[in-house]
Ligand binder design. Sequence first.
Ligand code: KIV
Ligand code: NA
Length: 265
Amino acid sequence: YKRITVKSLVDMKARGEKISMLTAYDYTMAKIVDGSGVDVILVGDSASNVMAGHETTLPITLDQMIYHASSVVRAIERSLVVVDLPFGTYQSDPKEALRSAIRIMKESGGHAVKMEGGKEIKESIKRILNAGIPVMGHLGLTPQSIYKFGTYTVRAKEEQEALQLKEDALMLERAGCFAIVLEKIPAKLAEEVAKSVSIPIIGIGAGNGVDGQVLVTHDMIGMTHEFNPRFLRRYMNLYEDMTKACSQYKDDVKSGDFPSDNEQY
Ligand code: KIV
Ligand code: NA
């Protein structure tokens, strides 16, 4: 395979090829996602919810993100690996932000970092980019700020917030980010942003007028089942299938059906 780089993604946008991105937090999942030909693997801080069972993304630590990311990196042959900088590791000052990003790059082997926010974190983004670390932006619904907003509903429906989002996207492009995730905003606004910048816009709940899509793999394969936003397309119902498999196994153990003559030494 030819490895995907940040440059491949910008080239894909230029020639109108859509970009596919999915999450992974561990080796086994990353092997499957990479082998399937998906362009970008996001080691998302959604691991806080999906892997650790926290209610929000806030508690996950830099060490935990590095553990997830290094497991993913060991599995991949082709995909670009982007790692979320977790809450509290880049908001206080640019030097700390750079230290956090450097730890991710050195200790996990990931290829880029993702950071939530616009003008508030501009100086941190610039410092990280100056060190040669590619940065993916993330605007719209930014789960690390959930306590500021109070809900996970659609963002930037009001004119003021929409204008700010457009400005932030332009700022991220000018600063040198290689792509931006737009989460849960009106499709029309997302399309306008995608047309206004030359870097790829990857949407989640941001409609079809953008340059690529991202979903949380555990949601997309139906391994989780209590999270049902409109934007989620489920390609499997693994929650049901795995429950059936575990239950069948339990029955087989209880009845003495497992192991059979062929399944022993
Ligand atoms: O953490 C994550 O999975 C994300 C995606 C939903 C974009 O940031
Ligand atoms: Na995230």
